[in-house]
Ligand binder design. Structure first.
Ligand code: FES
Length: 137
């Protein structure tokens, strides 16, 4: 009976040690992991961009252009919210803190300080348009 109790208490103390270690290691590890750049992801555009028609995908815009479409990240450079297109103003507007960008990605009003990054677009007859989405933060 005494050995069972001792065994149980020893295991409980071991478990507490592991929990404390986790509490102390979690903040520095999560900081380090957040600094590791994510690999770029290739996204196939399902629709074909038509003349004068902007495509809005989850992570990027695809703007029509005379030499082929150009793409821009939708991830706000302030704190990472998704930027929306305002058709009324012909601007890209962040719903979180109100940053505004021109349709070429240039910051017009903060708090964002950096422009929206342009993303590479490639085309193949087999796959159509492919946008390479990189970590924008
Ligand atoms: S996250 Fe876009 S303005 Fe703050």
């Amino acid at each position: 009976m005494l050995t069972n109790r001792r065994f149980f208490l020893t295991r409980l103390i071991d478990l507490a040690k592991v929990g404390l270690l986790g509490i102390f290691l979690y903040p520095p590890l999560s900081f380090v992991v957040s600094r590791i750049p994510r690999l770029p992801v290739k996204v196939r555009v399902r629709a074909t961009p038509e003349k004068d028609l902007l495509l809005v995908e989850d992570d990027f815009f695809l703007f029509p252009a005379p030499d082929g479409p150009t793409s821009m990240s939708r991830i706000c450079t302030h704190l990472g919210c998704r930027v929306n297109y305002s058709e009324k103003d012909d601007l890209l507007v962040c719903p979180c803190h109100g940053s505004r960008y021109a349709t070429n990605g240039k910051v017009l009003r903060g708090p964002a300080l950096k422009d929206l990054p342009e993303l590479p677009v490639s085309y193949s007859s087999k796959d159509g348009y492919i946008v390479t989405v990189e970590d924008a933060t």
